[in-house]
Design a protein around this ligand. Structure first.
Ligand code: CP
Ligand code: NVA
Length: 304
């Protein structure tokens, strides 16, 4: 499959049909891999990865994904690039476009990705910005589909910080007619425009009450209370204990609800060990599915 968009900076660049096709393609690639291996769909293609921030899953899954499809990936820390000495993002984008078939970047400011994609002639993928994490949500919705066998009509409860992952999850809900209820402390809500746009397609409830959000939920999601870009050391205190996903809170969701977390997690903070290491947790499938969904995305973006 090929996508209409050149880049994937946010999931709002996809149509509902493309989102659903990407998930089905990911499931197909996963099955194929488990049966013996994928076809070399990206033979001789290269991905350049730029990291302004640390990563475990994103870096490894993109690199191994390219390898499994017959291509290659190179990893650049922005500190080691001329970017760190003042070379412009425009010149960096134009230079990299002459070598590589795709760029994946993990950045602080989302605007940097916009500029990178504007001046790059090859596709640019957001590997996490302060505002969005589209690759994570592709993997999350693949995981939900595998576990629940459907997406439409389900209810996701987001408990905690209305952060970058939450913003992308709202996009995912709008693309798949999944309802979402978001419980955050006052002042930690997700992006207002993202919420109002998504409400044209699905129900997005905003509350400060985790018990209200989690009622009838099929999927319970949280993320760290301190994202990489958050600087306030006292931030976590505004969330604990009310917004911690623990066994008691999980009991208020549907009996067969699954628990999700993009990782890395801080046990005892946003989630207890009993939940993340418990029977309802699907966090390792979620992490694995980063590999399969990103492979589907790379094949769909990189032109033959
Ligand atoms: N979930 C996620 O993006 O993990 P990393 O920060 O390890 O890449
Ligand atoms: N919200 C987290 C996600 C990490 C994958 C962060 O931005 O640090």
């Amino acid at each position: 499959m090929k996508l209409k968009t050149k880049n994937l900076l946010t999931l709002s660049e996809l149509s509902q049909k493309e989102f659903s096709q990407l998930i089905d393609f990911s499931i197909k690639l996963k099955k194929e891999l488990k049966k013996g291996g994928n076809k070399p769909l990206l033979k001789n293609k290269t991905l350049t990865m730029i990291f302004q921030k640390p990563s475990t899953r994103t870096r490894v899954s993109f690199e191994i994904g390219m390898y499994q499809l017959g291509g290659n990936a190179i990893n650049l820390s922005s500190n080691d690039m001329q970017l760190s000495r003042g070379e412009s993002i425009e010149d960096t984008a134009k230079t990299l476009s002459r070598y590589t078939d795709c760029i994946m970047a993990r950045v602080y400011n989302h605007d940097l990705l916009e500029k990178l994609s504007e001046y790059s002639s090859v596709p640019v993928i957001n590997g996490l910005s302060d505002s969005f994490h589209p690759c994570q949500i592709l993997a999350d919705f693949m995981t939900i589909k595998e576990k629940k066998r459907k997406l439409k009509g389900l209810k996701i409860a987001w408990i905690g910080d209305g952060n970058n992952v939450c913003n992308s999850m709202i996009h995912g809900c709008a693309l798949s007619a999944v309802k979402m209820s978001i419980a955050t402390p006052k002042g930690f809500e997700p992006n207002r425009n993202v919420v109002s746009e998504a409400r044209k397609f699905t129900d997005i409830e905003m509350t400060t009450d985790p018990l209200k959000a989690i009622k009838n939920a099929d999927v319970v999601v949280t993320d760290t209370f301190t994202s990489i870009h958050n600087r306030d050391p006292k931030r976590t205190k505004k969330f604990i204990p009310k917004y911690q996903v623990n066994s008691k809170l999980m009991k208020a969701a549907n009996n067969n609800a699954i628990f999700m977390h993009c990782l890395p997690a801080k046990r005892g903070s946003e989630v207890t060990s009993s939940v993340i290491d418990g029977l309802q947790s699907v966090v390792w499938d979620e992490a694995e599915n980063r590999l399969h969904t990103q492979k589907a995305l790379l094949v769909s973006l990189i032109r033959a």
